[in-house]
Ligand binder design. Structure first.
Ligand SMILES: Nc1nc2c(ncn2[C@@H]2O[C@H](COP(=O)(O)OP(=O)(O)OP(=O)(O)O)[C@@H](O)[C@H]2O)c(=O)[nH]1
Length: 320
């Protein structure tokens, strides 16, 4: 659902009542000098409600809220800049007028004229004061928006994480894949992806139960995190399927990383009720080609992983 399609009916929030949110939304509109049309009001209402209760909002809703706030922040940036310039202009104008008045005083011009000019300067000073205080208000508002953006960034991080393993989820991958592909295009280094599917994982669940299966997934994920470099990106791609994005790594580098993971994984099985639960995995690896996008690379890695399964599992296959 897009923001425009939503109704203006307030949704419940954990921390603010609907009337609180409405008040904040109207205040923000007034502060920004935006007309309180139903569309503007609904946008702000939903943005604020989404931020105040992120846990019961879909990622789509949070994304929309995020976008609205970025637009608002842009507007504020522009207003800050404009009012800063206005202040500078007024300060300069005030200085010029002060100087003129001094000249008039010293040249014995009629008193009446001096009074008029004095009044003029006084009113300029009060305009200057008004602008200065709205400048301060704008800056405070900007700080509040920055804080909201920081909170949203934290929320986004939570939204992009798999709760079981702490690895990124698919949404997080989307975000980072786009970033990494862009970096490759700029810096012309290699980017490789490896898709790892645990072999016959159903047996682990069937034999020991789903909860133990969960622990085995967490264990595997922590081994992978330990083996990978800080800059490598671990994603829980599916139930028992992981994806590793390896920036600045070619196929040879990927082979090295996956072999090392295989060795460490073989040496450190999950220990449960006096027995080791050993798992193995099949891997498909692909390196980004000059003429393909990130998703095409993932597709090739996935196909290679299925070939590894078909060829007997517990092995690595390179995509064409
Ligand atoms: N415990 C647990 N199991 C999961 C989770 N997600 C997926 N699985 C299980 O992973 C198993 C995957 O089974 P299959 O798709 O048949 O694959 P497999 O048994 O690993 O066999 P191959 O992939 O062909 O080697 C199923 O039993 C799922 O229930 C999870 O979050 N926790």
């Amino acid at each position: 659902m897009t923001m425009n399609e939503r109704t203006a009916t307030p949704s419940p929030s954990h921390t603010l009542t609907p009337s609180d949110i409405a008040r904040v939304a109207l205040k923000r509109l007034a502060e920004l000098g935006l007309p309180p049309t139903p569309e503007n009001y609904t946008k702000f209402y939903n943005a604020i409600a989404a931020i105040k209760s992120p846990t019961d909002k879909s990622s789509e809703e949070l994304k929309s809220a995020y976008q609205v706030l970025f637009r608002v922040s842009d507007v504020l940036d522009g207003m800050n800049e404009a009012s800063g310039l206005l202040l500078e202009d007024l300060s300069r104008g005030g200085a010029v007028m002060d100087k003129s008045l001094d000249t008039l005083r010293s040249s014995n011009d009629p008193e009446q004229l001096q009074a008029v000019l004095g009044e003029l300067i006084e009113s300029t000073g009060s305009v200057r004061q008004t602008v200065s205080s709205s400048h301060r208000d704008l800056q405070e508002l900007k700080q509040a928006m920055d804080k909201i953006q920081t909170d949203l960034a934290l929320n986004r991080k939570t939204l992009e994480q798999d709760p079981l393993t702490g690895a990124l989820n698919r949404q997080g991958l989307e975000h980072l894949l786009a970033r990494e592909v862009k970096r490759v295009r700029r810096a012309a280094y290699a980017l490789t992806v490896a898709i790892l599917d645990l072999d016959e994982f159903k047996r682990v669940n069937d034999r020991h139960g789903h909860l133990v299966g969960d622990k085995v997934l967490m264990h595997f994920s922590s081994i992978a995190k330990a083996v990978l470099r800080e800059s490598d990106i671990l994603v829980r791609y599916g139930g028992e399927e992981f994806l590793v994005l390896l920036p600045e790594t070619d196929l040879n580098g990927a082979r090295f990383v996956i072999d090392r993971l295989r060795q460490v994984n073989a040496k450190t099985p999950y220990f449960y009720q006096n027995q080791h639960i050993e798992i193995r995995f099949s891997t498909g690896v692909a390196e980004l080609k000059a003429d393909e996008n990130g998703h095409a690379m993932l597709l090739r890695a996935d196909q290679a992983m299925y070939r590894a399964k078909g060829a007997g599992r517990d092995q690595m296959v390179f995509a064409d």
